[in-house]
Design a protein around this ligand. Structure first.
Ligand code: SAM
Length: 317
């Protein structure tokens, strides 16, 4: 959390205590989980004011906090004057740490899992622990809050009713390109996390494989230098030609233009025939014709039965 905006100290701390008092009714409900359980606690992605009251209370009440990086979490906890035993839980120790935490929870410990920033498990460690808890019938309780995908998607301006989240693309160019090829005919907006030093290469590959679509670089969300760069992929590439991208980045890529417009809005709606579109989807996604037709129908905003009729008409004409 490099450039964080932080809340002013003592007054804010009093306000938080006061607000926490107001949530005591909820606290009683929550403590029905008197046995061991796992809380997945979302933490700020930059701006410490984004922590929720519930997250603070759970962090205070937990018996221990499992975290990706103890130094990072200590900063957060000391800001909110919370003292708790910390255990590291990250991708390199989760094989052994997850079963250890299960034993603790089976003995009655309430464990709060946090990542360095945002919602744990989402492109962050935790999935193994969640699965193990479920297998051991230990309650898993989400404490929702900040997540870069949601913040970026909500404000990006691209179609957001449905979207595909790719997490991080593979770092190796060949695999990255293969991943992009696989989703070339994806009709929804695409959201992905990207490291600043790989952004230019990713934009270059995206331009070549997906075409010059609308896209948004959402940078340093919730921090002092928060920025949304909007334009076509080629515009964004130009914007970063001279200046190396910096900070934390979520990249959003709009749907292919023909999918972005509904059938009724589209000028010359028959530009790509349904037969051709179905064939494209079959080839690009290696799915059967039935699934491809379902997807094409969704792109056109029509029922599957209607799409099937149109397909038959096209084939018979
Ligand atoms: N679990 C986290 C969440 O829910 O947001 C994401 C963890 S992932 C390891 C971290 C990546 O999320 C960063 O490399 C960046 O791509 C994206 N990210 C995190 N914070 C961000 C921010 N403030 N602005 C833009 N993107 C951010």
């Amino acid at each position: 959390m490099g450039h964080t905006r932080s809340v002013g100290e003592p007054a804010t701390s009093r306000v938080i205590d006061c607000l926490l008092d107001c949530t005591k009714g909820n606290a009683l409900r929550e403590s029905e989980h008197s046995g061991g359980c796992l809380y997945l606690v979302a933490t700020p992605i930059g701006n410490l004011e984004d922590i929720s009251l519930r997250a603070l209370r759970i962090l205070k009440e937990a018996d221990l906090i499992a975290c990706e990086d103890t130094r990072q979490t200590l900063k957060l906890l000391s800001h909110f004057q919370i003292r708790k035993p910390l255990e590291s839980y990250h991708e390199h120790n989760e094989m052994t740490r997850a079963p250890e935490l299960i034993v603790r929870m089976e003995e009655g410990a309430r464990v709060a899992l946090v990542s360095d920033a945002g919602t744990p498990v989402i492109s962050d460690p935790g999935h193994r622990l969640v699965s193990l808890c479920l297998r051991h019938k230990i309650p898993v309780i989400p404490i929702p809050g900040p997540s870069a995908i949601v913040a970026a998607l909500a404000a990006c301006g691209l179609p957001s009713e449905e979207f595909t989240f790719l997490g991080f693309l593979p770092a190796r160019p060949t695999e990255r390109r293969r991943r992009l090829q696989k989703i070339a005919s994806e009709p929804r907006s695409i959201v992905l996390y990207e490291a600043p030093h790989r952004l230019r290469a990713t934009l270059r590959d995206a331009l070549e494989i997906l075409g010059d679509r609308q896209a948004v670089v959402a940078r340093e969300l919730t921090k002092i230098h928060e920025e949304f760069l909007r334009g076509r992929i080629a515009d964004l590439m130009r914007a970063f030609e001279e200046n190396e991208p910096r900070g934390e980045i979520t990249l959003l890529i709009g749907p292919p233009e023909e999918a972005a417009q509904s059938a009724s809005q589209r000028p010359g709606a028959q530009a790509v025939s349904l037969t051709d579109r179905v064939a494209q989807i079959v080839a690009a996604q290696n799915v059967d014709r039935k699934s491809a037709l379902k997807q094409a129908a969704r792109e056109l905003g029509i029922a599957r039965r209607e799409a099937y009729k149109r397909l038959l008409n096209e084939e018979n004409s």
